[in-house]
Each structure stands twice: as structure tokens, then as C-alpha cells.
Design a protein around this ligand. Structure first.
Ligand code: ASP
Length: 327
């Protein structure tokens, strides 16, 4: 009797291997690891992408798994160690490139432990405050910071998070030390900001736009070189405009698979990613949150890899100069 191929694969101990022809395996979900909490900015990008990826990938479902903590390194480590069969993917942001400079002991090798599948989008950040802050614009915020030195709390999603990097640069440029309050993602930090338990936060527009619009938090500036066009954000000055020379932080997201994922599976996911990034519904949702979906070259795995290496080289010295690290 002829053995079915899957049995043969198991018998040969090749259970890890997947071929594009049978990928994704019928009725088996694809797990998309997000290394931050549910309901936050990275999670929002991931849930929209999961929906847009499902059809072109031919998957029964793409399920988001939130593995927050330690600035994204716990979730990324879990993805790095997963079975390299294309059924576990990772969506991560700029933290992929900032963590190596921040952690003395990294639980994975950023350039060596992943297959790079392509980039997704660029997301600006906003400097926001609790609704009860007396400052109503950036100038007034500076006055309030001056008057409250030593008493200010700044929320973030842990060392290596985008909010950490942005807050670090903000404190460095102002020459003010704030007490940082780390969370497993900026979704819970946003709750505390709205409730007045923390004073300030730097966070992606994918998490702040609706709150700014609803006036449940105060907004002071954007971190991009140019002002934004999203209606709720267009009146906010850039930090450069208000005197922070060279301040520019844009958060990018990319898609990864564990090292060893077969090349034809990588190709299949990349092809599906290209289709997802052209999906008008995905593009519209992202635009509404201030995000810009990438196109062309930046979706190529080789370009993605090159870009992450360039970002490691760019941010490493900035972080080291700020003397930040964790064991
Ligand atoms: N906004 C977080 C960060 O600062 C990530 C998240 O919570 O999704 O990196």
C-alpha cells in the first residue's frame, strides 16, 4: 500500500519541513505573533493585516497571538524558536532594530534567527498627555515640564519599544529625567494615561488618533519631519518645528518567520503580503490611523533585511550614547 506523503514525512522525521505546494496546511491556522498587548498600535496593524493576508495566503484563518513584555523581545524570541513551517509568523516594529543595543543578553539573534518576509508600513508617533494636564499646547507643555521636574511620569512599552526610543530622545533633547513606567504594550499605558495615572507618552498614531479625535487625551506634537495630513492630527506641530533639531522617529513594521522556513514558503507568504498591501480596505484602514503602507522594493525580503541592518546601525549609537541597557 502506498503511504500518504504526510505519513512518509513523519516517518522520515521531517515533520518540520513544509513545501509551498501543501502550505498552508488545510484547516491549520497561521499564528501571527505580536510582541505587545492586544488593543495597542502594533496589534491594530496585525489584526488588519491578518484579515488582508488570509485570502491571498489561502489560509483557513490567521490568528493573532499577543506575547507582550520586555519591549517586544519575549514575543520575538517565541517566534524565533517556533517550528519553521510557515504556520508561525511574527509582526514586529522598529524594536527589532533597537533591542540589540538595549539588551546585554538578547534571547535571539535579530539578523540570524529569522527569515525576512517584507515590510508592511510606516507609522508616525505623537507626543500625548493625560487629559487633566494644564498644558494645552507644546509651549505650555514645556512650561509645565519645567515647573514639575522630578515629578513627571512617562509611560512606555518597555526597553526596546518604540515608545521607549521616542521618550528617550525626548528626555535627552530636553535634558530632563522623567520616571518611566513600563507596560507590556501601550494599550494598558493608554488606559492609565486617560485615567491620569501617568502624565505623558510617546505613541504610534495607530493607537492615539481616535483618542486625540475624541479628546480623551491631549496631543502636543508629532515625531515626523513633516506635519501629518490625517484630519485629527494635521494641526499638531512637528518636534523639529518646536525646536528639537533633527528629531525624527517613524515606526516601521515588518513580517518575519523563524529561520529555516523553506524558501518556497517564504516566497508564498511574500506574494500574499504583496497582495494584502494592495488591498484597498487595508490601505484605507491604515490611512485612517495615520499609517502609510509600503510598496514595491520595500516588500522584498532582501530589502527588508538590508533596512533592518541599517536601522540597527543607525539607532545603536543613539541608544548607547544615552547609556541605556538592560540585562
Ligand atoms: N506602542 C508600543 C511601543 O511603544 C507597542 C505596542 O504596544 O503595540 O512599541
Amino acid at each position: 500500500m502506498k503511504k500518504p506523503l504526510s505519513l512518509l514525512v513523519l516517518a522520515l522525521g521531517l515533520g518540520n519541513v513544509a513545501w509551498a505546494s501543501d502550505y498552508p496546511i488545510k484547516d491549520r491556522p497561521i499564528t501571527l505573533i505580536v510582541p505587545f498587548t492586544a488593543g495597542g498600535p502594533t496589534d491594530r496593524v496585525a489584526r488588519d493585516l491578518a484579515e488582508a493576508l488570509r485570502k491571498p495566503l489561502g489560509a483557513s484563518s490567521v490568528v493573532v497571538e499577543n506575547v507582550g513584555g520586555a519591549g517586544g523581545t519575549i514575543g520575538a524570541a517565541k517566534a524565533a524558536k517556533a517550528n519553521p513551517d510557515g504556520h508561525t509568523l511574527l509582526l514586529h516594529h522598529i524594536g527589532m532594530a533597537t533591542s540589540p543595543a538595549l539588551y546585554r543578553k538578547m534571547p535571539y539573534d535579530t539578523m540570524g534567527d529569522f527569515e525576512y518576509l517584507g515590510m508592511i508600513n510606516d507609522v508616525p508617533m505623537t507626543l500625548v498627555g493625560r487629559p487633566t494636564l494644564p498644558a494645552n499646547n507644546y509651549k505650555e507643555l514645556l512650561g509645565w515640564i519645567d515647573a514639575n521636574k522630578g515629578k513627571i511620569n512617562l509611560g512606555n512599552a518597555g526597553l526596546g519599544a518604540a515608545s521607549h526610543l521616542c521618550g528617550l530622545m525626548f528626555q535627552r533633547d530636553l535634558k530632563v529625567d522623567m520616571t518611566t513606567v513600563p507596560y507590556k504594550g501601550t494599550a494598558p499605558a493608554m488606559n492609565d494615561l486617560m485615567g491620569g495615572q501617568i502624565d505623558l507618552m510617546c505613541d504610534q498614531t495607530t493607537n492615539t488618533t481616535a483618542q486625540i479625535e475624541g479628546k480623551t487625551i491631549k496631543a502636543y506634537a508629532v515625531t515626523t519631519g513633516k506635519r501629518l495630513t490625517t484630519p485629527a492630527l494635521k494641526d499638531l506641530p512637528t518636534l523639529q518645528e518646536v525646536g528639537m533639531k533633527g528629531f525624527e522617529v517613524t515606526i516601521w513594521h515588518g513580517l518575519y518567520a523563524p529561520k529555516g522556513t523553506p524558501a518556497d514558503v517564504v516566497k508564498k507568504v511574500n506574494t500574499a503580503l504583496r497582495a494584502a498591501l494592495k488591498d484597498p480596505e487595508f490601505i484605507t484602514k491604515q490611512q485612517g490611523l495615520g499609517a502609510v503602507v509600503v510598496s514595491d522594493k520595500r516588500i522584498e525580503p532582501a530589502e527588508h533585511r538590508k533596512f533592518v541592518q541599517a536601522e540597527i546601525n543607525k539607532w545603536g549609537p543613539v541608544i548607547q550614547a544615552a547609556g541605556q541597557y538592560a540585562d
